[in-house]
Write a protein that binds this ligand. Structure first.
Ligand code: FE2
Length: 366
């Protein structure tokens, strides 16, 4: 059994400014990687720029990361980073910029390689990265994973390299400008990480500590999420500072859980749904959680995780998720292809500890 969490994590208000020296100590010139809008709206980009300026560390900005970032976008940022001789990368935003930052850090550090290397096994080092999350879902700030969109295969895929951030600076105030859909979908992504990690071939009693703690945090805030779903105003109107902090803790704890185990079948099934139907990642995963729990062959463990979340049964959990997420009408053709693709890919099945047949997997769609 092993616990390995090499990322230096700080979580507090004003986190970026408080730890500006550690941020600047990662190198001589930073490449900031973010999307077009949200890091400006929530103040995270401004904080990072101010922190680096105060430390007299130059930086260059790439703000073109889209949702579900593509390999092509990553390569544009790599080109900028290489030209500007950046020697560390700061990802600012949700999972998309944070994942992209890792892939970019790998390729800038290895100028002899091109994008092919992202999905090939080879021992390579990446530039140091810092991650500053502004959504509470992916946990990318503490995981070694980076998921990119591959247009040629019409899906999303994890790169083959494990790149742990050196530094994670978590400030829950950045969540306050989030809209309801983002807040809920990302929280369900984190919840999926906790469940898929606990019920996992690679799970052991050490890394299950992360899931147990995370599920208890979810139990604390699940009704608050439902209040967000039912109201029209932005989440910031109804949620307290404590709930925003809990959400960030939920995501980071869930990230630490999957860093040890990987995810399982709900994530494997979700990628074509996101690619083809543009269903946000958290929702695309969440809709398969009831099927995952129902079909799981160790129902004692399922009862345990349900209890940790404060649900008496899978039915109660399903009812909750249906209202929280809404349904996604997955077309028959896409669904059949998706099920077939998962069943024929050992990499997508290996973290599920039991045999699973086509009929059972087919029933995951609701
Ligand atoms: Fe996820």
């Amino acid at each position: 059994m092993q616990i390995y969490m090499p990322t230096n994590v700080y979580s507090e208000n004003n986190c970026v400014m408080n730890h500006k020296m550690e941020l600047a100590a990662l190198g001589k010139k930073a490449l900031l990687v973010t999307g077009k809008h949200s890091s400006r709206l929530n103040g995270s980009l401004k904080d990072v720029e101010a922190a680096l300026q105060e430390e007299h560390t130059p930086y260059v900005l790439f703000d073109g990361i889209e949702e579900n970032p593509s390999v092509e976008t990553v390569m544009r940022a790599v080109e900028l980073g290489r030209q500007e001789q950046a020697d560390f990368v700061v990802g600012i935003g949700g999972g998309s910029p944070m994942d992209a930052a890792k892939a970019i850090a790998l390729l800038i550090a290895n100028p002899q390689e091109d994008e092919q290397i992202l999905f090939q096994e080879k021992e390579l080092l990446a530039l140091p990265t810092a991650e500053i999350p502004t959504t509470a879902g992916t946990g990318s700030e503490v995981t070694p994973y980076a998921i990119l969109t591959i247009h040629t295969s019409k899906t999303k895929q994890s790169i083959s390299h494990k790149i742990y951030p050196k530094l994670a600076l978590i400030d829950s105030r950045y969540l306050k400008t989030a809209d309801t859909e983002t807040l809920i979908n990302t929280a369900v992504d984190a919840l999926s990480h906790l469940l898929e990690s606990y019920l996992n071939t690679n799970a052991n009693s050490y890394n299950r500590m992360y899931s147990e703690k995370g599920l208890a945090v979810f139990a604390k805030i699940r009704e608050e999420l439902m209040v967000c779903r039912r109201q029209k105003e932005k989440p910031a109107v109804s949620l307290s500072e404590q709930v925003f902090e809990d959400l960030m803790q939920l995501a980071a704890t869930a990230g630490m859980a999957i860093a040890h185990t990987g995810t399982s079948i709900p994530h494997g099934l979700s990628y074509p749904i996101t690619y083809e139907m543009h269903v946000p990642h958290g929702k695309a995963v969440g809709i398969f959680l009831p099927g995952f729990l129902t079909s799981y062959q160790n129902q004692e463990e399922v009862q345990f995780v349900l209890g940790q979340m404060g649900f008496a049964s899978v039915e109660e959990f399903t009812e909750y998720l249906d209202e929280l997420l809404g349904k996604a009408e997955i077309p028959e053709g896409l669904w059949i292809e998706d099920v077939k693709a998962v069943l024929s890919n050992q990499a997508k099945l290996k973290n599920y500890p039991f045999e699973i047949d086509q009929e059972t997997l087919y029933a995951f769609r609701r």
